[in-house]
Design a binder for this molecule. Structure first.
Ligand code: CA
Length: 277
């Protein structure tokens, strides 16, 4: 497990300590070729490639999630890709993208090739299906340049009418809010190919899960942003940060939080507007 130093919601001016989260990255194992479909037709998928993520050490409920895939394939429209939670979390699957541009099973898929690193995240601006849409892609770019690496939103399967509809991890996946006992376990990314003649390869994948920083909500309760619990307002920002530092120091010495968590809380307090006139 590799930790991301950044505090996810740290850019918000009126920051609430209870909303800060830190992410952990879990690298995927079992990458390789995505076996081709052997026969055209509904449900004739090739053997799925299943990439696994050993998620462990989460200390809070899932606040945010994203997945990145480094891959290539000549035709995005062949593919069906979904992320599945561990059995302890119900093992539900959420489609990242599927048969992009498909208007029917037998025809009119997107021609867009893939060759890059693609991240699926709710905070992305790029629309995956729109970027790879069959007609748009073909007519605007008939040289068939691979879809650009970058962050994209997930989308429903199919052509314009359905596939243009965006989905989000927060609204649709069922992953947000999973508890540590549900979420710690083996997550899988399944990639399968539903059309003959062209096949692709996954070289790397990673799952990023953010949970609230442990202790932050308690610190916020003990050291409220508007002013000390004894009443009145903070004299200045420094007084607020100093009070935060005292409480964080106590929690740290009791072993209730780690040094990293202490650092995250203090950093968020420093960035906040609490105590500022
Ligand atoms: Ca294929």
């Amino acid at each position: 497990m590799k930790r991301i130093k950044a505090i996810w919601s740290g850019a918000v001016a009126a920051i609430l300590l209870s909303s800060i989260a830190s992410g952990a990255i879990f690298p995927g194992t079992g990458t390789g070729a995505i076996p081709d479909s052997l026969q055209e037709g509904p449900a004739n998928y090739g053997t799925p490639l299943i990439v696994s993520f050993d998620v462990n050490g989460l200390t809070g409920n899932i606040q945010d999630i994203s997945v990145s895939i480094t891959m290539n394939h000549p035709y995005i429209g062949d593919l069906d890709v979904f992320l599945t939670s561990p059995p302890s979390a119900g093992g539900n699957s959420f489609t990242l993208f599927s048969r992009v541009g498909a208007l029917s099973f037998y025809g009119h898929y997107s021609y867009a090739p893939l060759n890059g690193t693609y991240q699926f995240s709710d905070s992305a601006w790029n629309l995956w299906n729109a970027s790879a849409d069959a007609e748009n892609y073909y007519w605007i770019s008939n040289s068939l340049i691979p879809l650009s690496s970058g962050a994209y939103r997930t989308s429903r399967p199919g052509g314009d009418a359905l596939g243009g509809t965006l989905t989000t991890f927060h609204m649709d996946s069922g992953f947000i809010g999973l508890t540590p006992s549900q979420a710690n376990g083996t997550w899988t990314l399944t990639l399968r190919d539903g059309a003959t003649a062209d096949s692709g390869f996954v070289t790397a994948a990673a799952l990023t899960i953010a949970v609230p920083v442990r202790g932050a909500a308690l610190v916020e309760q003990l050291v409220p942003c508007p002013g000390p619990r004894s009443g009145g307002h903070w004299k200045n920002h420094g007084q607020y940060v100093s009070a935060i530092g005292n409480v964080v120091g106590e929690l740290l010495s009791e072993g209730a939080i780690t040094e990293q968590e202490a650092e995250d809380i203090v950093e968020a307090a420093v960035k906040s507007d609490c105590g500022k006139k």
